[in-house]
Design a protein around this ligand. Structure first.
Ligand code: PXP
Length: 266
């Protein structure tokens, strides 16, 4: 089993700050904690609507982080230009919809504009990943357009896990009609989604792409994903920041790292 790195997505520290439009909590203060806790990467998402991370956060984080910085972004010319000028370690191209609560699905790799964007990022010496659903077509297109890696969207897996393991979820829009689905069907859907993620990881690796995964992962549900041998990096945000309210950021990261370690040993 290869080494599995952890990228910690710190957007939601900025979400809390933006709720008050003041200066605290400042995501910059998370950097040393990520490092001490043993995280391998800082991940931030500069959204077009700037709902959490701001342009000045990008500049500050790039200036002060001793860990590699992975910037998630939509294929927006203004943001791509900023990223090309500032040269983070990696850019992860994601789909974005203004009205969504969070990134809802994988990138549509058939978008002809992606070709130029990936070429531009590569020319600036930035590693490029595409955030995609686990399907062969998206993987082949990512390879053909010159991406270095893919990040598999684990959101469907995480929602199915939640629907199976928690009660009283009918108020959650995120789960759409999953709460009307019986247990047996949910178990099959979860297994099918896990199989798709495993097959996608294997196929991507066979094309010599690096394979990452993320979205909706937490200490409880990550084990089957962490066991997929081709995956070399998980990006986890919401669950870590949520847990850190109660136990602190350092321990929240350590909890995730422990779960990864246990999964890989088990
Ligand atoms: N990976 C990508 C590409 C994402 O867009 C996000 C959410 O910003 C994450 C990982 C982290 O997802 P979560 O916050 O659900 O852990």
């Amino acid at each position: 089993m290869q080494k599995l790195d952890l990228g910690v997505n710190i957007d939601h520290i900025a979400t809390l700050r933006q709720a008050r439009q003041i200066t605290q909590p400042d995501p910059i203060q998370a950097l040393s904690i990520l490092k001490q806790a043993g995280a391998n990467q800082v991940t931030i998402h500069l959204r077009e609507d700037r709902r959490h991370i701001q342009d000045y956060d990008v500049l500050n984080i790039l200036k002060h982080s001793s860990l590699p910085v992975n910037i998630e972004c939509a294929n927006s010319p203004e943001i791509i230009d900023l990223i090309c000028a500032k040269r983070p370690f990696k850019a992860t191209l994601v789909p974005e919809k203004r009205e969504e609560v969070t990134t809802e699905g994988g990138l549509d790799m058939r978008n002809p504009a992606l070709n130029l964007t990936i070429a531009k990022l590569k020319k600036s010496n930035i590693k490029v990943a595409t955030f995609i659903n686990p399907d062969e077509n998206s993987i082949e297109l990512s390879k053909a357009l010159g991406a270095d890696g893919i990040e598999l969207h684990t959101g469907t897996y995480a929602n199915l896990y939640l629907a199976l393991n928690e009660q009283n979820l009918s108020h959650l829009n995120l789960l759409k009609n999953l709460h009307h689905t019986d247990k047996k069907t949910l178990e099959k859907m979860l297994q099918d989604e896990l199989d798709s993620l495993k097959n996608a990881a294997k196929f991507a690796k066979s094309l010599d792409l690096e394979v990452y995964a993320g979205h909706g992962l937490d200490a409880r549900n990550l084990a089957p994903i962490a066991k997929i041998p081709e995956i070399s990096e998980l990006n986890i945000g919401h669950s870590i920041i949520a847990r850190s309210i109660f136990i602190g950021l350092k321990d929240a990261i350590k909890e995730i790292l422990d779960s990864i370690q246990k999964a890989q040993k088990g």
